[in-house]
Write a protein that binds this ligand. Structure first.
Ligand SMILES: Cc1cc2nc3c(=O)[nH]c(=O)nc-3n(C[C@H](O)[C@H](O)[C@H](O)COP(=O)(O)OP(=O)(O)OC[C@H]3O[C@@H](n4cnc5c(N)ncnc54)[C@H](O)[C@@H]3O)c2cc1C
Length: 443
């Protein structure tokens, strides 16, 4: 009897995974809990419901990493991109869609596919047999989350993200900042110089605290808060608790000597820690925040050394269920301890509709290939999909793993020696290289 692929969750990732696998000739069953079991963010029983914004972000496939992901998904006959195009709304360079007709059409296309059936029920436990993809998203049901925790270990499943801003290493002014681990701790030179440090004097610190207190903050969505602040307070909340709190917390200056001005003792120090193996991205340690994006760029550029910083992603705190993929998944997105189960979508620690659908596309193709007796290698890391899957299944630092958007910092650097090309030309070089590699991979 032909083997069936079961997919838990009919969101962005699950719908795309089903479409891809079915088009490769594999029978698929989607198990979707809505409308029987709801979430605080979904409103309908449609597949691929957009829970908040109606935008798939930039559609510029030449100079933007998300736009490149759109291009790759279109090249791979992605359902989400096909239906996004069919329901596109005017939005400048962004791909915005009419959300309800979009989700209704995805649902109709899936239901009309002769190889896909949809069962409307919650799957409460990780299955032990058969081919499965878990694509249950940031609001995975409580029962299934508990089962994942039991199988993977409690420390490998998070219920919210606490994202500190991530900065492109090349945009940090190393004439001001310096490399050093606190108290020069570490066995190797690499460990002793693992952090980038940005010093502040008293006046700079006071101005920074004033800016934090005055900055515009975002509100939590209804149902999002549920007691998850312990151990990861937003920096602006720390600042509200007292002007000195940060100086005794993530901005403490102890154990650090300014390499450029060894005689000057910093009043406070902002530390950045490497965020990927490539060393192209650094996160600002302990700087999770609910400040609005515009406010974040303004406030963080007040930090000496970060005046010209480019951000690969800004900070945030959200209700978000995700696994520690770098520890748990192999490069086929299979759970190492139960290889009959793949994970896809936001639950793997990618962030956003587009990234989630892209990981669904890959998981669907990989699972179908396996059922058909073949192995499909992941796309090369020079492609947007390849960069993302490489990041979540090994490139990211497992200890500090937090959800990630696609961005050029995840790609192997281009033109590393010359580096004189303008940023726009460099991004074009990234996307040209990616398109060639993706086309070859598809073939
Ligand atoms: C409040 C909120 C706001 C967001 N805003 C944005 C935004 O503006 N832009 C953006 O790009 N991203 C946003 N996101 C992230 C967005 O949800 C994801 O990027 C995207 O929807 C993830 O796709 P997915 O397929 O992984 O998960 P989803 O699209 O959430 O799909 C998962 C599906 O699994 C189902 N499910 C869960 N558990 C079970 C179970 N046990 N059995 C059966 N079915 C189950 C759910 O009902 C759901 O349909 C937001 C997330 C939240 C929570």
């Amino acid at each position: 009897m032909a083997e069936v692929l079961h997919i838990i969750g009919g969101g962005m990732a699950g719908s795309e995974a089903a479409w891809q696998a079915a088009n490769m000739g594999v029978d698929v069953v989607i198990h979707e809990m809505r409308p029987k079991v709801g979430t605080f963010a979904h409103r309908t029983g449609n597949l691929a419901e957009m829970v908040c914004s109606n935008s798939f972000r930039s559609d510029d496939d030449e100079r933007n990493a998300v736009g490149l992901l759109h291009w790759e998904m279109r090249a791979a006959n992605g359902l989400i991109m096909e239906q996004a195009a069919a329901h596109r709304l005017p939005a400048g360079g962004a791909l915005a869609v009419d959300r309800d007709p979009f989700a209704e059409s995805v649902t109709a296309k899936i239901k009309a596919h002769p190889r896909i059936s949809v069962v409307y029920d919650e799957v409460p436990e990780l299955p032990t047999e058969g081919h499965w993809i878990v694509a249950t998203g940031p609001l995975t049901s409580g029962n299934l989350a508990e089962s994942i925790r039991t199988v993977t270990g409690a420390e490998h499943l998070a219920f919210f993200d606490a994202i500190a801003p991530i900065v492109y290493a090349e945009s940090i002014d190393m004439n001001v900042a310096w490399l050093q681990s606190r108290y020069d701790k570490g066995e190797t030179e690499e460990e002793r110089t693992a952090y980038i440090n940005c010093p502040m004097n008293k006046a700079q610190y006071e101005a920074f605290i004033d800016a934090l207190l005055a900055a515009d903050k975002t509100n939590f969505h209804e149902g999002e808060t549920a007691g998850y602040f312990d151990g990861c307070l937003p920096i602006e909340v720390m600042a509200e608790r007292g002007r000195e709190t940060l100086r005794h917390g993530p901005m403490k200056p102890v154990g650090l000597t300014n390499a450029h001005k060894p005689e000057e003792k910093a009043y406070a120090v902002v530390q950045l820690r490497r965020d990927n193996k490539l060393g192209t991205l650094y996160n600002i340690v302990g700087f999770q925040t609910k400040m609005k994006y515009g406010a974040q760029t303004e406030v963080f550029k007040m930090i000496p050394g970060l005046e010209g910083a480019s951000f690969a992603r800004l900070g945030g705190i959200h209700r978000n269920t995700f696994i520690n993929s770098p520890t748990l998944l192999d490069d086929q997105m299979r759970l190492k301890s139960r290889p009959n189960i793949r994970f896809a979508g936001q639950v793997t620690g990618v962030e956003g509709y587009v990234e989630s659908a892209a990981m669904g596309l890959l998981a669907g193709r990989m699972a179908a290939a396996e059922i058909l007796g073949r192995t499909l290698s992941p796309p090369p890391p020079e492609t947007a999909m390849g960069a993302l899957i490489t990041h979540i299944t090994g490139g990211a630092e497992a200890k500090t793993f937090q959800p990630m958007n696609v961005n050029f910092g995840l790609f192997p650097p281009i033109d590393a020696k010359g580096g004189r090309r303008g940023r726009k030309d460099r991004y074009k070089a990234y996307t040209d290289r990616a398109k060639e590699a993706f086309t070859a991979w598809l073939a």
